[in-house]
Design a protein around this ligand. Sequence first.
Ligand code: GN1
Ligand code: MG
Length: 370
Amino acid sequence: MAFVYNEEQLRDVSTRFHIYGEIMHAEACKIGHINETYTATYGQGGNEVRYIHQKINGKVFKNPIQVMDNVDRVTKHIRQKLTDQSETDVTRKVLVIVPSRDGKCYYQDEEGHYWRTFVYIENIRTYESVLSSKQAFEAGKAFGKFVYLLSDMKGPRLHETIPQFHDVRMRFDAFINALEKDHFNRAKLAQKEIKFYEQKETIVRKLEKAIKAGDLPERITHNDTKFNNVLLDVETDEEQCVVDLDTVMPGNVLYDFGDMVRTTTSPTVEDELDLTKVRMRMPFFKNLAKGYLSGTQGILTKKEKKMMAFSGKMMTFTIGLRFLTDYLSGDTYFRVHRPQHNLDRSRTQLKLIQSIDRQEEKMQQFVDSL
Ligand code: GN1
Ligand code: MG
């Protein structure tokens, strides 16, 4: 359910970070299914400045300190690389963590919840669905660059902030398990969807096979490359920065590219009710792929590229399956705003999978031609 905005609590949190001004007001951000996010305006030195405060969902992220350790390392690395390349406006191009009063990347409140603060990036916009194929290009470029910039990061392997996050076999088993239990007696309301997802187990097998064959090198990936996690400049519509770094961890590029196919090629939002509108549009896919390959600057292998069209289907399947599993399990994971919301979401993904199925060959042919 939607979270309740507690002004007093936020006021307290605001004093715990290394911010010089005083909080004036804050707004809860409704986007995102997991964490609680607030945009807070401060009076500071006679100016108004904004910060993002976020309460990390401790049920989803069991070890928030590890999450912040990853975010800290990754943002520092990218900042260093951008600075080395003499980029300007670096604080708009990578998130800046505002430390707590005791110099940590987070603050733990009396109830044990973890909070963090980022510098707010001004003059940007995010969208729930794409408005133009140029936006798809920009999203591809942004997340491609992200993987590229992190490809030479040294040091220990990043923490797996959610173990097996994109392990589609595990997700499939969890679905079967929820279905067998059917605790909420909802399976009867989702017969068609259940059948569809069951029959698509071939997707799971194909990915398993590629991983086993060593076709997909481990990379540092973002793992939540939804279009609304790209900040676009208000004036130019050009990508500035990617956000939501909680699931940055070891992965493979199919996770990142696939989730972009899911969120940048259909004109619809993720929970669109008019299913006739849901479809994978080729010009958007083409721009997305061009953007991604320009951002990754030649680091992708032939085998990775060979699976790019498939990745769209695979990730739409994975996320759709998770929505359906959550529906069957009583909506405990994704925040819902209406009954059957998760079922609706799984249905939208189903339509998109069907549309990708019809075009997959052509999509891949295009990638091959690049
Ligand atoms: C969640 O909260 P948000 O929207 O950034 C989820 C993603 C899903 C996405 C589906 C940690 O991300 O994996 O793809 O919802 N994040 C987590 O909209 O589970
Ligand atoms: Mg997220």
